[in-house]
Structure formats: structure tokens, C-alpha cells
Design a protein around this ligand. Structure first.
Ligand code: CO
Ligand code: CO
Length: 324
């Protein structure tokens, strides 16, 4: 809903704006004179894990992800922090910032400033600037019928974070989820651009089906997902099967997808919950021409990164998703 308000306001008449607020893409893109395109994004959220250092790392990796989803290279970042300085020791804030700085260093991104305010609830994220060759951008509207849908991280981080908040998650499952959420989408992004992929997004708050709907709608196509191929974080399926720990985000996503999601008879509720689960710092969702999948797959294999082929784009009602 809030998205729609922003988009309505936001048509830019500047001819250098390649992608602005009116588009559904992960970042804005601005063509510099005689240079690369600037790719800019901002993202921040409240803590998803207990450890402040991990939270800083996850939030930073998540913010960088929108740049990677565009096929761009992040170069600089600014911290955005809200902190209850009367209630919590300074060391918590410095751990968050240290986490973000470690992630940015590993990504080759320079943090060059930021802004902190006093607030009742912790919030943290980054504003990130990247550069891209405008010819090689990955956009949501460039999918073609027959493109293969590939996911680069397992699903279920929202369910696990929600169970953690209710003291119902296993420590070892959270450890795996933290490892996955702090992993950069850098290798996947570079490999996808190199393989010739021009259509991608990252899976975050709207869950797999919500973000896939954006690609399908923008590309004027339908999508088909093979539910058995969906990668799932350890522990997440059990939580989903338990029938509790519904987050506000999950409810919203399920409601949002209701009208365009066609669910096969054999599909369990738990799988639907996984498919709609809001992700934090999720993987890339790529739509790659079938002839380029091998090249992407071997680039990822060389970098020891996993991928999952989960379905394809097909002609049909634009934006509809068949989960079978
Ligand atoms: Co995104
Ligand atoms: Co975002």
C-alpha cells in the first residue's frame, strides 16, 4: 500500500532517469554523462536476530542485495541508524555498525558516512550507491516466455526469525539462517550478468511469490513453480507445518497473492507458507534464457555457490503464478 503512494508521486521527467520510483525495480538507475549508470537504493529494518553484530551484518548484506539484484556493483554506502540511546549501552550500536562495516569491507564497498537518530526502537540499514553498464542491467520487465527461474538462497528466514522471537527456534537452525542471510549476492549477481541474464530481483519482504509476481507482471507473463524444487532452510518447514508463528508480513503476502496464485491440489499449506514467507536478505530470483543456464550454473559451481532451478516463465495471464 505504502509503495503505491510513493509510485503515484514519482514520475520523473528527467531524461537521465533510466529507472525511477515509478518502476518496480530494486534500485533507481540514473545515467551519468559519459560514464556508467548510477544505481541507488536504501533499506533498513528492525532487528531480526538477537546478536547486534549479526543484525548489522544481515542488514548490510540485505541493503547491498538490491544493488546486486540490478546486476550492478556497489561502491559506497551510508549508515542509517535509529537507536534508543537512553535505554541501551553504546556498545550495542557499535556492534551493529561493526557488523555492517565488516560486510561492506568484504564486498569492497566503502562506508563514507551516515546518520543516526534517537528512537524508541532500533532500526538499521544502508543507503547504497553502485555503478552498472546500462546495457547489462537486470530488470524485472526483461523476462521472456521459456526463461528458467533460478533461486540462489533457500527460503524460510522469516519463519525462523519469528519462531526465534517466540523462543521456539533451534539454535543450530538460527546459526544456518544467519550464515545464509549474511552471505552476499555478489557472486550470483556477477555470474548472472556474465551468463547474459537480464531479468532478476532479490527475494525479500514480499516472499518468493510476491517478488515473482512482480517479475511476471512487469514482463507480461505467467510463472510456474515446481514446489518440490523449492530450497528450504533447516527447521523452517517444521515451523511452517506447525501452523503457528504467522507474522504480519506473511499474512499480508498470502492475502496479496491470493488473487493470482493458482495452487495445485497436492500442495500443502506449509509449502504455501514457505512460498509467501517474507525473507530477510534472501537470494536472487533470476529469469535466465534456457540456453544460458549451463553457463550460469558452471560459473556458480566454480565459486562453490549453490543454485536451485524452481520453475519457468510461461505465456499466460500476466502476473499469475502456478504453484504445482
Ligand atoms: Co529488492
Ligand atoms: Co529493498
Amino acid at each position: 500500500m505504502l509503495d503505491r503512494v510513493v509510485r503515484k508521486l514519482a514520475k520523473s521527467s528527467d531524461p537521465n532517469v533510466i529507472l525511477g520510483s515509478a518502476s518496480f525495480d530494486d534500485a533507481g538507475v540514473y545515467q551519468m554523462e559519459n560514464g556508467p549508470a548510477l544505481v541507488q537504493t536504501v533499506d533498513f529494518f528492525t532487528p531480526v536476530v538477537d546478536d547486534p553484530y549479526d543484525y548489522g551484518r544481515i542488514s548490510a548484506a540485505n541493503s547491498l542485495s538490491d544493488i546486486y539484484a540490478m546486476g550492478a556493483r556497489p561502491i559506497t554506502a551510508l549508515n542509517i541508524a535509529a537507536f534508543p540511546d537512553a535505554e541501551l549501552p553504546e556498545s550495542v550500536l557499535s556492534s551493529i555498525l561493526r557488523g555492517a562495516s565488516d560486510i561492506c569491507r568484504s564486498a569492497g564497498v566503502a562506508i563514507i558516512g551516515g546518520h543516526t537518530i534517537s528512537d524508541r526502537e532500533i532500526k538499521f540499514g544502508l543507503s547504497v550507491t553502485g555503478i552498472a553498464d546500462p546495457e547489462k542491467l537486470m530488470r524485472k520487465d526483461k523476462g521472456e516466455a521459456g526463461d528458467i527461474l533460478i533461486l540462489t538462497k533457500p527460503l524460510g528466514s522469516g519463519l525462523l526469525a519469528n519462531a526465534l522471537m517466540n523462543n521456539a527456534a533451534k539454535e543450530e537452525d538460527i546459526a544456518v539462517a544467519v550464515e545464509v542471510m549474511t552471505r552476499l549476492n555478489r557472486v550470483a549477481s556477477e555470474a548472472a550478468v556474465k551468463a547474459g541474464c537480464r531479468c532478476a530481483t532479490d527475494v525479500s519482504g514480499f516472499g518468493l511469490v510476491g517478488h515473482l509476481k512482480e517479475i511476471a507482471s512487469a514482463s507480461g507473463l505467467a510463472a510456474q513453480i515446481d514446489s518440490e524444487s523449492l530450497p528450504i532452510l533447516p527447521g523452517a518447514f517444521e515451523i511452517a507445518s506447525g501452523g503457528s508463528f504467522f507474522s504480519g508480513g506473511e499474512r499480508k503476502n498470502l492475502l496479496f497473492v491470493k488473487d493470482f496464485l493458482i495452487v495445485g491440489k497436492k500442495i500443502s499449506n506449509a509449502i504455501q507458507r514457505i512460498a509467501a514467507d517474507p525473507q530477510t536478505s534472501g537470494g536472487l530470483l533470476l529469469a535466465i534464457p534456457a540456453g544460458k543456464v549451463d553457463s550460469f550454473e558452471s560459473l556458480m559451481k566454480d565459486a562453490s555457490e549453490e543454485i536451485w532451478i524452481i520453475g519457468s516463465l510461461i505465456s499466460g495471464d500476466p502476473g499469475s503464478i502456478i504453484l504445482e
